[in-house]
Design a protein around this ligand. Structure first.
Ligand SMILES: [Mg+2]
Length: 414
């Protein structure tokens, strides 16, 4: 039997902002007051990304608009997100966890799985080791975590979700019936709203109700996804802890504009900047993709999407731009654009489409692209850009906050 830990930072963004503020000499602990992490927009816009316990008690929920949160909690303190601080805190936690096991899998910015099998002689029984890790993270890094302990990843993951903060919970195979089965079905990892609703319609309300059904019936009536849930409900999960995260299936870049883009030309300028970003990302990963998707929304949130498959692997920004712009023109009938997104998918490390008529050109283009990306890596993303992006201020769109607002306004001539 294996021993798996799932370490999950409590209230990650708010905690990390608080710790960062205190280490920089601040005197307010955001965790102790009604506070939320959110980027404040115009007219009370902006979305609550994380909240303190006091804000939660006042009824503030993650994902709601700031003006609504303020109505529930008038003295709400607003902390702007600081992604650099979050990445720093995440890396520090990862480095600490690496001391406990060679098998650490980052699951999200604030969650890691550890395979602790066979470490008892070094760190003692699983529960003691989990408590030691939790206490050390608090002592050395200043924030609290929950640690879930189990024999498989899904059990550890669900265990870490019980009472918070600063707790260790176990969900061993022998505890599945007593601890997991009475829980509502929605507690189960990966149980989405629609599948929960369809089970509830036939009286399957708890995890135990699902676990006791016949797996054949579940698979036939509800499909493969539901069968996976049935396995989770029975504490089964054969996925190993993978220290190296699997390569991405796609790269994507979407932008929501506070001032909608007014014309085809403006959209194309943005598409070029987006294509530059994606080309750079693909070159960093040394990958190429064969599917390009463009999606966009009007200010009333009507959504349009066009995708196309190609035989050659695409990685060069000019290629991404040409294909994305063509797809966009096919679906665009004029009017303002509030959101624009380009995705390159079916990614692979293998070169595809070689040996075609344009192979020689491809090689030249690839060398050019690599030189451009190399300069960007060395001197920063805005060191080199296309004349078109520069003229429009498109590059500014990728900057954050006020500067980005400024860039957008200039870009639109406001
Ligand atoms: Mg968390």
């Amino acid at each position: 039997m294996k021993t798996i830990f799932h370490v999950d930072v409590n209230n990650a963004f708010l905690s990390w902002s608080a710790v960062n503020h205190l280490t920089e000499g601040g005197d307010v602990d955001y965790r102790a007051i009604p506070a939320v992490v959110a980027r404040e927009g115009e007219n009370g816009g902006g979305i609550v990304l994380a909240k303190s316990m006091a804000a939660k008690k006042a009824g503030v929920v993650t994902g709601e608009v700031l003006w609504q949160a303020r109505r529930k909690c008038p003295d709400l303190y607003i902390v702007p997100p600081d992604y650099r601080a979050y990445v720093r805190a995440s890396r520090a936690m990862r480095a600490l966890l690496d001391e406990y096991s060679p098998l650490v899998e980052p699951f999200s910015i604030d969650e890691c799985f550890l395979d602790m099998t066979g470490t008892e002689s070094l760190f003692g029984p699983a529960e003691d080791a989990a408590a030691a890790i939790k206490d050390r993270i608090y002592r050395e890094l200043g924030f609290t975590v929950n640690v879930g302990v189990g024999a498989v990843k899904v059990a550890a993951k669900m265990a870490s979700d019980w009472e918070k903060p600063n707790r260790v919970h176990t969900l061993w195979p022998s505890e599945i019936r007593e601890k997991l089965w009475p829980m509502p079905l929605s507690f189960l990892f990966m149980a989405g709203k629609s599948v929960v609703a369809s089970f509830e319609r036939v009286g399957v309300r708890t995890v135990g109700d699902l676990a006791r059904l016949s797996p054949r019936l579940v698979a036939e009536e509800y499909g493969k996804g539901a069968l996976r849930l049935w396995r989770y409900a029975n504490g089964e999960d054969d996925s190993p802890v993978c220290p190296v995260s699997p390569p991405p299936k796609s790269v994507s870049k979407g932008i929501t504009f506070s001032h909608p883009l007014p014309s085809l030309a403006a959209c194309e300028d943005v598409l070029l900047s987006v294509a530059e970003e994606l080309g750079y990302e693909l070159s960093e990963k040394k990958m190429n993709g064969t599917v390009v998707t463009v999606s966009w929304k009007t200010p009333s949130y009507r959504r349009f999407s066009r995708r196309r498959c190609f035989t050659e692997g695409i990685f060069y920004y000019a290629d991404i731009f040409a294909k994305a712009a063509a797809l966009f023109r096919e679906s665009y009938r004029g009017g303002a654009v509030k959101y624009l997104c380009v995705t390159v998918s079916d990614l692979s490390f293998e070169r595809r489409g070689e040996g075609n008529l344009f192979a020689a050109d491809d090689e030249k283009e690839e060398r050019l692209a690599n030189t451009i990306y190399d300069l960007k890596r060395r001197y920063g993303k805005s060191a080199l850009t296309t004349a078109r992006s520069l003229g429009s201020g498109g590059v500014r769109l990728f900057e954050r906050g006020a500067e980005r607002e400024e860039g957008e306004k200039r870009f639109l001539g406001l």
